[in-house]
Design a protein around this ligand. Structure first.
Ligand SMILES: Cc1cc2nc3c(=O)[nH]c(=O)nc-3n(C[C@H](O)[C@H](O)[C@H](O)COP(=O)(O)OP(=O)(O)OC[C@H]3O[C@@H](n4cnc5c(N)ncnc54)[C@H](O)[C@@H]3O)c2cc1C
Length: 469
């Protein structure tokens, strides 16, 4: 029945499958389809697939970009029926079954797989993006690396010149897995890896703060693991502030409520929204722009279009399947299975997400893990970190990457050195020149409305009256 709606199947023609996005979902769909009698084009605006779960390791200089990103062309080169195009899809014409690319090219399809993932959401404050980069791409990771390393270099220089430097406050907005991973890693870099590198400043005195608007960090995890995460972060010296609604982000500071907190580097890990292509499809989407899909991953009325990965809103047992790597890979595999069923003339089977669990790492040797398979368990600490490490290395694309990453990690772990601590690009840190140099002792006050580092948005030191406003 469904297959009859696909002209290529009815006409017994070799179907053209157009896959938008070479992320986890798109690549799994391409690999699954490559063994079938179909012609596949994978379009991605970048030439590489990024293993996003390890981006923060690039951002914090443990790994190099090439360790976690692989050219899509290389990944798919053995499959003769797959071609790769570096371009950006900008328009989808469902009637004509064609996609317009930014280059001006137009590609027709019999099947369309839309797997363009998600992007940051600044909740209507897109101007904050310049001040507080999020972490989604290799470019984001190298920009974060630049800012974090540059802050220490500028502090050393200013200390030498003037005898003081601004408080080295690193503020991470958002206490989800990415925020927790970034904060833990910044703390590690400051307190462990750079402690012997500077002569005029003490990097270990840097403050790392997580500002989370909700009542607890890692809200998608069970409560016991949230608590363990706070304990492990505190042990690393990271300050966790929940119920901290950030109302403004400016160069050199953030505003929480009506109080100002100095920040040499502000990072955004607070919100994601679906790729804009979801809305451009012109079908039903949810409030984050994810496309509502049925059991066979199609938007209503379009069996020739599949939406997978972060861009798909798929519900199982009344809950939306989370936007993480496992569902994306499984959806990609399932799309290939369903097109095979069409080719065989059998009914499509519905998608079922097989949840193996979730994990988030906290610094150099701690993590929290909610295992669902092969057994149910909540783990935290070193064992959870070993599990996290093994799984992430296992899923890296390419044997070379696995060996290199394992080696670099082991080297970093045992020698306390970082191989990729390079500052490239601009030597300007947003907000640095506006900040006052202060004595080291003054910079390590607890986050308290009356402390010097915590001012109202007019730049005045906050008073208890400010706090009540
Ligand atoms: C920092 C970070 C850490 C994470 N850690 C974990 C983790 O530990 N565990 C976990 O399970 N998940 C993690 N995730 C989530 C996981 O990476 C995503 O769920 C997963 O990548 C989604 O896969 P996808 O194929 O839907 O999209 P993506 O992997 O994002 O791929 C989308 C692709 O589409 C391309 N694209 C976008 N728009 C267009 C366009 N218009 N035209 C052409 N190409 C386009 C992009 O360049 C990209 O290659 C993390 C994500 C981030 C950002």
């Amino acid at each position: 029945m469904t297959a009859e709606l696909i002209p290529a199947i009815a006409e017994k023609r070799r179907p053209r499958v157009l896959i938008l996005g070479g992320g986890f979902a798109g690549l799994h769909a391409a690999k699954g389809l490559a063994r079938l009698p179909v012609d596949i084009t994978v379009v991605d605006r970048r030439n590489h697939h990024t293993f996003q779960p390890l981006l923060y390791q690039v951002a914090l200089a443990v790994l190099s970009p090439a360790d976690i990103a692989t050219p899509i062309r290389g990944i798919l080169r053995k499959h003769k029926n797959v071609e790769v195009l570096m371009d950006e899809a900008i328009q989808i014409d469902k009637e004509r079954r064609a996609v317009k690319m930014k280059s001006g090219a137009e590609m027709e399809y019999d099947y369309l797989v839309v797997a363009t993932g998600s992007t940051h959401s600044y909740f209507g404050h897109d101007d904050w993006a310049q001040v507080a980069p999020g972490l989604k791409t290799v470019e984001d990771a190298t920009e974060i690396r630049r800012r974090v390393l540059l802050a220490f270099e500028l502090a050393e220089r200013q200390m030498l010149e003037t005898g003081s430097h601004p408080p080295l406050n690193f503020v991470v907005i958002g206490g989800g897995p990415t925020g927790v991973e970034l904060a833990g890693a910044i703390s590690d870099i400051a307190k462990l890896y750079m402690r012997h590198d500077f002569r005029h400043i003490d990097p270990a005195k840097a403050r790392v703060l997580i500002l989370e608007g909700g009542p607890r960090i890692l809200a998608a995890y069970p409560e016991d693991l949230s608590k363990k995460a706070v304990e492990q972060l505190n042990a690393l010296g990271v300050e966790v502030h929940t119920g901290a609604q950030v109302t403004d982000v400016q160069p050199g500071y953030v505003v929480v409520g009506n109080q100002r907190l100095d920040s040499v580097v502000t990072l955004w890990a607070a919100g994601v929204q679906a790729s804009p292509l979801g809305k451009l499809l012109g079908v039903e989407t949810d409030r984050r722009g994810c496309v509502m899909v049925n059991a066979t991953l199609n938007p209503a009325g379009h069996p020739e279009i599949f939406v997978c990965g972060d861009l798909a809103h798929f519900e199982q047992n009344g809950k939306q399947v989370p936007g993480v790597a496992q569902p994306a890979m499984q959806m990609g595999d399932h799309v290939a299975r369903m097109i095979e069923q069409d080719l065989k003339g059998t009914a499509r089977s519905g998608f079922h997400y097989f949840d193996k669990g979730d994990m988030a790492t906290i610094g150099r040797m701690a993590a929290v893990a909610k295992l669902e398979w092969p057994f149910k368990a909540h783990w935290s600490g070193f064992m959870a970190w070993i599990t996290w490490l093994s799984i992430h290395i296992f899923f890296l694309i390419g044997f070379r990457n696995r060996i290199f990453v394992f080696w670099e990690w082991a080297w970093t772990y045992f020698t306390f050195t970082h191989g990729a601590r390079l500052i490239t690009g601009s030597q300007v840190l947003p907000g640095w020149s506006e900040q006052q140099g202060v004595e080291r002792e003054e910079t390590n006050q607890p986050l308290d409305p009356t402390s010097p580092g915590f001012r109202n948005h007019h730049g005045e030191v906050a008073t208890p009256a400010d706090e009540k406003r």
